[in-house]
Write a protein that binds this ligand. Structure first.
Ligand SMILES: *[C@@H]1O[C@H](CO)[C@@H](O)[C@H](O)[C@H]1NC(C)=O
Ligand SMILES: *[C@@H]1O[C@H](CO)[C@@H](O)[C@H](O)[C@H]1NC(C)=O
Ligand SMILES: *[C@@H]1O[C@H](CO)[C@@H](O)[C@H](O)[C@H]1NC(C)=O
Ligand SMILES: *[C@@H]1O[C@H](CO)[C@@H](O)[C@H](O)[C@H]1NC(C)=O
Length: 352
């Protein structure tokens, strides 16, 4: 029950990015007037999230953009797996009907979308798109240090990004059950991943590239770097179990399940999960699984992208088609290009 509610809230946010996104950009200038209407139209927002939406309509654009960034990175990271990240945010079938189990895939989804929101908000600050933030003022331009070094330019204000992502993304965890604890933990792991991957870039001054003087600023890496980092964390995700307080009926923290020492907590940067993953082979509403029917597979691979494993032994269909394109183009003086047409027969395989 808690799980399905969590998922609904999650889906609402994806709706922000997928469905309302275009409207939001168009509306952002008159948004102050319409904030109430817009924020009430986004389904599945928790009450606190709705409040944030109403008070910060400019930020909700960046938040929606961030959720979208997270999900498209998730789809990239899992493009060759049975679970391709598409049980979430894939259209109308999503609303209310997806019951993601507390699997490591659910864990990854929360981490990467919170990372996306942290990233997009931080970026929007640096670009001057949000009214409450800008460049990191603790790294203001000063004088050169004795080592010939100083801060300069616009350092990304990761602190603000972390704060807003936490406020907004954590606000949907209202159930106070073990699944909420799991989601909150993974949200934090996602925020932490962005923070850890921040880089410092410098520009050299001084006699012809001697670099005796440098101006430096902190900047976000490409989001792919964060995706890869979290993907690695996913591979090493930790199974946890909830520990109840002495007199409380609800769980208060999570501990590692497979640990020699009792009550060992996972690290803050760990991705944690509560339940074993389904095999993702068949369409199954109870687990929110789309199955692999129709997925492309690789006939010559014995890995998970191969037709054997991807199609779960159901077999595959072969599609043959001819690909044609312009080739051997020659430029003639003056002025035309003469090309010939090349073609190639290609085969594609999809799961039955
Ligand atoms: C900032 O605003 C500009 C213009 O409205 C837009 O093109 C850009 O994508 C925005 N950047 C972010 C990170 O939101
Ligand atoms: C993921 O797989 C489903 C079928 O299982 C397919 O409908 C969907 O288009 C795929 N998503 C992506 C992003 O490839
Ligand atoms: C299919 O798998 C083989 C073996 O792993 C690999 O060499 C090949 O590049 C793959 N083909 C595609 C289209 O991914
Ligand atoms: C373009 O190339 C084709 C064969 O490649 C040739 O028959 C034709 O005469 C060429 N046309 C011109 C204008 O050079």
């Amino acid at each position: 029950m808690g799980v399905s509610r969590n998922t609904k809230l999650f889906v609402g946010l994806i709706y922000v990015s997928h469905c309302m996104y275009g409207n939001f950009l168009a509306l952002s200038s008159v948004v102050a007037l319409g904030a109430n209407i817009i924020c009430n139209k986004i389904p599945g927002l928790a009450p606190k999230q709705r409040t944030i939406c109403q008070s910060r309509p400019d930020a909700i654009v960046a938040i929606g953009e961030g959720a979208k960034l997270g999900i498209s990175e998730c789809q990239y990271q899992f493009r060759n797996k049975r679970w391709n990240c598409s049980n979430i945010g894939s259209g109308d079938s999503m609303f209310g009907h997806v019951h993601l189990v507390g699997s490591r895939e659910a864990a990854f989804t929360y981490a990467i979308s919170t990372a996306g929101v942290t990233y997009a908000v931080t970026q929007a600050c640096s670009q001057g798109n949000l009214s409450n933030c800008g460049c990191d003022r603790s790294k203001k331009e000063g004088r050169f240090s004795a080592q010939g070094w100083k801060w300069g330019g616009c350092s990304a204000d990761i602190t603000y990004g972390l704060k807003l992502a936490r406020k907004f993304m954590d606000a949907r965890e209202i159930e106070e059950d073990e699944r909420s604890l799991m989601n909150l933990h993974n949200n934090r792991a996602g925020r932490k991943a962005v923070k850890e991957k921040m880089r410092t870039e410098c520009k050299c001054h001084g006699v012809s590239g001697s670099c005796t003087m440098k101006t430096c600023w902190t900047t976000l890496p490409s989001f792919r770097k964060i995706g890869e980092h979290l993907r690695m964390k996913y591979n090493k995700a930790k199974l946890v179990e909830p520990i109840k307080g002495r007199r409380a009926r609800r769980p208060v923290f999570l501990t590692l399940k497979k640990s020699k020492r009792p009550h060992r907590k996972p690290r803050r940067s760990d991705i944690v999960y509560l339940e074993k993953s389904p095999n993702y082979c068949e369409y199954d509403l109870t687990t929110g699984t789309l199955g692999t029917v129709g997925r492309k597979c690789n006939r010559s691979s014995t890995e998970i992208d191969g037709c054997g494993l991807m199609c779960c032994g159901r077999g595959y269909n072969t599609h043959q088609y001819t690909r044609t394109w312009q080739c051997n183009c020659k430029f003639h003086w003056c002025c035309y290009v003469n090309c010939s047409t090349c073609s190639e027969r290609t085969e594609e395989f999809t799961c039955k």
